[in-house]
Design a protein around this ligand. Structure first.
Ligand code: PRX
Length: 683
């Protein structure tokens, strides 16, 4: 760290506080502050928000006059018919750009072509190098550059394919694919014809497909024969086939050939992507979509066993994701920028900041297939060097893994093309932040630590690269129009450095429009605990300078490697196994993943704990949900500790899993011997 970059913050350090009401604890220890670089704007072709004063002025306006603020921004997009009202807010239902007709696919692609930029690159894709399949040879890179004109042709063709199979406006198309450009093409094709998509992460198992397809009422699935990951094939089509055994309403499955593995063919429902698109016209006009027409469903975990289908609509989502992408990453077209978010499109980061928020900004977005450590642990740095990536957006869990793999990997590569670094998905620990800043960013690149959620659609609390002084570990200040606050259960704002509930008090354009098919759950989850405010489900505090510090989830959701997982989903998977009668799952601190999965399991009569059964149960969870949910620790126990009212004492289990002292706080235990038994239980 250069001494002119790090100055002590003017805040109390070493203090620790807790809110009596919410019980959310806060640990203050960060004293480093990195002022925004004055020359940042010049290095990227101009900064949109040049300093904190400009940020504060625009923020004030955005809160005092949201309709004026967002109306002006929205007018920079193409609309087929203007809106009559910017915002209609009937708590908890927002409508943005009421009556406006547009099409997000048009704004992503056609607009660029119409404005003469058809030959510019929109998507750069790099497949998993073939080296991993044939270790003797040099890596053979498979790279594709898709221009806006290429996208227009391919998206239009696939849109016609969907239409020819009977997909109509409002239908939900399920996409369960690997990280190939055709996934983005399929999403945009749905948007083009006004159909909604529901992307299922390719790492999820067949059972997860069944739940999501049924809940969405989807009759068509688009998949790949397989996906490459570390030299092996993830059998996507086989997973779809297995799911379809329980999905009689699925009429069509379209399969893209990627890995050329053998697939089972069901003539009555199966089609090859290449057969259908070869025959399709490349001309498909965009459907006029209402601002509030459903754009997509994206399933995410909540505190019950059933994932919720978050609904995002067209106009507000389009305006907000493109605007946050532009200002948070400071994207400037025509200045040689190349942006790379490493997220899989199966998560919201991929939706908003690989595809929809990116294309309207005319800065190419890089997509990659595979894994960060195959063929070698320098894969990411190699990609950055070869492609001259300027903007790099990844998750703290990945950063911690890179740190562990060693500095020699990034140091082998020239990373001087980088201008902006981003972090998302979980709190970034200051140690990882410093490593990212110095080793990857060379002490030059601002880190935008973006706090947001599947539900928020876009960035909510984040630095702006030319304006916001950075403090490692803090996501800093709210984006324009975001009225974020830390409150107690009564909705009263908490004093500085007091832990509380993170809420948003005003609607924002890309907010979720509900949970698919479950109005009650929408209201219960987000709008009931603190009436009148959106409850994010995170505990947080604000420091004296108004910076936000996220302290973690307040519900039964855990954040495993930046992926959101409901502990009850894992519990349901465990009890679905013949041997298990009861299971409790909690998060446990994990060096790389941030949070790992710890499971406590009670076996049924006739089953005895064994290493083989432990392995079997862990694999079983992998099969039911996907590899990300596999417990890192699984303990057998004769009973689970419960309160007198029968609730599992999760806090106690968390302490036991983390190896913390559990002697206090046990007065409400139903059976004190349980604790002793848990301590003795085999591990
Ligand atoms: O707990 C917060 C954490 O991830 C949750 C949202 O998860 P998901 O909907 O899967 O979206 C992840 C990608 C946007 C939040 O409730 N989270 C996300 N970003 C951050 C974060 N926690 C701390 N700092 C962040 N930057």
């Amino acid at each position: 760290m250069r001494s002119d970059e790090a100055r002590p913050a003017d805040q109390t350090i070493g203090a620790r506080s807790a809110s009596a009401e919410t019980g959310i604890e806060s640990h203050l220890h960060e004293s480093r502050i990195f002022e925004a670089r004055k020359d940042f704007g010049a290095s990227v072709g101009g900064a949109y928000v040049r300093n904190l004063k400009e940020y504060r002025a625009r923020f004030k306006r955005s809160i005092e006059d949201p309709e004026g603020f967002w109306g002006e921004i929205a007018r920079q997009f193409d609309w087929f018919q203007p809106w009559t009202k910017v915002l209609q807010w009937d708590l908890p239902d927002a409508q943005w750009f009421v009556g406006g007709k547009t099409n997000i696919c048009h704004n992503c692609i056609d607009r660029q072509v119409l404005q003469g930029h058809g030959n510019e690159v929109a998507i750069v894709w790099e497949g998993e190098p073939e080296l991993t399949r044939d270790a003797a040879s040099a890596p053979r890179f498979e790279v594709r550059h898709l221009t806006y004109s290429d996208l227009l042709a391919e998206v239009s063709a696939f849109a016609n394919v969907l239409k020819s199979l009977g997909v109509r406006k409002g239908d939900v198309v399920t996409l369960y694919m690997g990280m190939v450009p055709e996934l983005a093409i399929a999403m945009l094709a749905c948007a083009r014809i006004g159909a909604a998509h529901s992307v299922i992460f390719g790492g999820f198992a067949a059972a997860a497909i069944v739940d999501r397809v049924q809940d969405a009422g989807s009759k068509i699935i688009v998949t790949c024969d397989g996906a490459w990951r570390r030299g092996s094939i993830v059998p996507l089509k086989a997973n779809v086939d297995a799911a379809c055994e329980q999905l009689p309403d699925v009429r069509h499955v379209i399969t893209l050939r990627r890995t050329k593995n053998d697939v089972t063919w069901f003539a009555e429902r199966d089609h090859w992507w290449h057969d259908l698109t070869r025959a399709a016209s490349r001309d498909c006009p965009c459907e006029w979509c209402d601002s509030e027409d459903l754009l997509y469903l994206l399933y995410t975990s909540g505190s019950t066993g059933k994932p919720k289908g978050i609904r995002h609509t067209t106009g507000g989502y389009m305006v907000y994701t493109a605007t946050t992408a532009k200002e948070v990453f400071n994207l400037v077209p025509g200045h040689g920028q190349l942006y790379w978010a490493t997220a899989d499109i199966g998560w919201v980061t991929g939706h908003s900041y690989v595809v929809y928020g990116m294309l309207p900004n005319r800065v190419p977005s890089l997509m990659y297939e595979g894994a960060p450590n195959a063929p070698a642990e320098d894969r990411f740095w190699d990609i950055i060097e070869r492609h001259r990536v300027t903007h790099f957006y990844t998750a703290p869990t990945a950063i911690r893994a890179f740190m562990k793999w060693g500095n020699e990997h990034p140091l082998k590569h020239n990373l001087t093309s980088l201008k902006v670094l981003g972090s998302v998905g979980e709190p970034i620990n200051p140690e990882a932040w410093m490593w990212y800043y110095q080793t990857i960013g060379g002490g030059r690149c601002p880190i935008v630590d973006t706090w947001w959620q599947t539900e928020t659609g876009g960035h909510m609390i984040t630095p702006l690269p030319a304006a916001t002084p950075l403090v490692p570990g803090s996501c800093t200040l709210p984006f324009f129009g975001v009225d974020a606050a830390i409150v107690n259960e009564k909705g009263e704002e908490q004093p500085p450095n007091t832990g509380g509930l993170l809420v948003i008090r005003k609607p924002w354009p890309s907010m979720l429009r509900g949970i698919h098919g479950d109005r009650e759950r929408y209201i219960d989850t987000y709008w009931s605990r603190v009436p009148g405010m959106y409850l994010a489900g995170d505990g947080a505090r604000r420091d004296e300078r108004g910076y936000f510090w996220i302290m973690g989830r307040i519900d039964d959701v855990i954040n495993v490697s930046g992926h959101r997982l409901g502990t009850m989903e894992v519990e349901s998977a465990l009890v679905a196994h013949d041997a298990v009668v009861e299971a409790a799952v909690v998060g446990v601190p994990h060096e790389i993943k941030g949070t790992g999965v710890a499971a406590f399991v009670t076996l049924g009569p006739g089953f005895t704990p064994s290493e083989a059964l432990r392995k079997d149960l862990i694999e079983h969870v992998g099969k039911e949900i996907g590899a990300i949910a596999k417990p890192d620790m699984l303990r057998f126990t004769q009973t689970l500790p419960k309160t007198r009212s029968g609730k599992i004492m999760r806090r106690l289990l968390r302490d036991i899993a983390a190896g913390r002292d559990t002697r206090q706080d046990t007065t409400t235990l139903e059976d004190f011997t349980v604790l002793a038994k848990l301590r003795e239980s085999d591990e």
